[in-house]
Ligand binder design. Structure first.
Ligand SMILES: Nc1ncnc2c1ncn2[C@@H]1O[C@H](COP(=O)(O)OP(=O)(O)O)[C@@H](O)[C@H]1O
Ligand SMILES: [Mg+2]
Length: 200
């Protein structure tokens, strides 16, 4: 993804990204303090917010191949299973039940398959949100603070799931965090953001 001259003003906040190149097939960390503009940048990347100026070149990627895991998971008021297959139904794809079971197993949610999604613990909700994000094999995966405010077990589990998923179906990842450390060497590249601009 190639970003050039991207501008967006929201209230008193101004985002301006002169240039940012995200190499395809890599796990990118996007790090910056609270209020740096990370969530706004992700929304622009996802196409749910319109830029005032500038361009995002997805290098041939269809916007339907992009997914965003928002900061707070929004789960459907149905079962764990129905939440996972929802993106497939939206796209008219028949779920591969073996694959769904593999995903549930990977997340340690096999026993919760038919449980009401909103009754899960917060760590389980993030794991479910992750499965729903990757089930349709997106090419660009945007994660907003997914690894923040998690219990250590859930955090480690999601890091493992990112690594597994990447080994299985190569995608480009943008993982946003306000924390500076590169969690367990997860990211191939780290990009720093401050006051609406890139620091690199
Ligand atoms: N809808 C909005 N209206 C006004 N200000 C906003 C809005 N959304 C975000 N902001 C402001 O823009 C700045 C950057 O927000 P955000 O991208 O959410 O930061 P980050 O995700 O890096 O913590 C913040 O100061 C925030 O208060
Ligand atoms: Mg944010």
């Amino acid at each position: 993804m190639i970003i050039k001259g991207l501008e967006k003003t929201v209230g008193d906040f101004k985002l301006y990204i002169d240039e940012l190149y995200l190499e395809p097939g890599k796990i990118h960390g996007l790090v910056g303090h609270n209020g740096a503009g990370k969530s706004i940048l992700l929304k622009l990347m996802m196409g749910i917010m319109e830029p005032d100026a500038g361009s995002i070149d997805y290098e041939g990627l269809d916007i339907k191949e992009v997914t965003l895991m928002p900061q707070t998971p929004y789960l459907l008021h149905t079962s764990v299973y129905e939440n996972i297959v929802f993106p497939l139904k939206l796209r008219g794809i028949q779920p591969d039940e073996t694959e769904i079971d593999r995903l549930l197993e990977m997340a340690g949610l096999s026993e919760q398959k038919n449980q009401y999604a909103l009754s899960l613990s917060s760590g389980e909700k993030q794991k479910l949100s992750f499965l729903r994000a990757v089930v349709f094999k997106p090419k660009l995966i945007l994660m907003d603070e997914t690894l923040s405010n998690l219990d250590p077990e859930s955090e480690a589990a999601i890091i493992e799931m990112i690594k597994n998923t990447q080994a299985d179906q190569k995608a480009t990842w943008v993982i946003v965090s306000h924390q500076l450390e590169n969690k367990k060497g997860l990211c191939d590249e780290i990009h720093h953001m401050s006051k609406g601009a890139m620091m690199d």
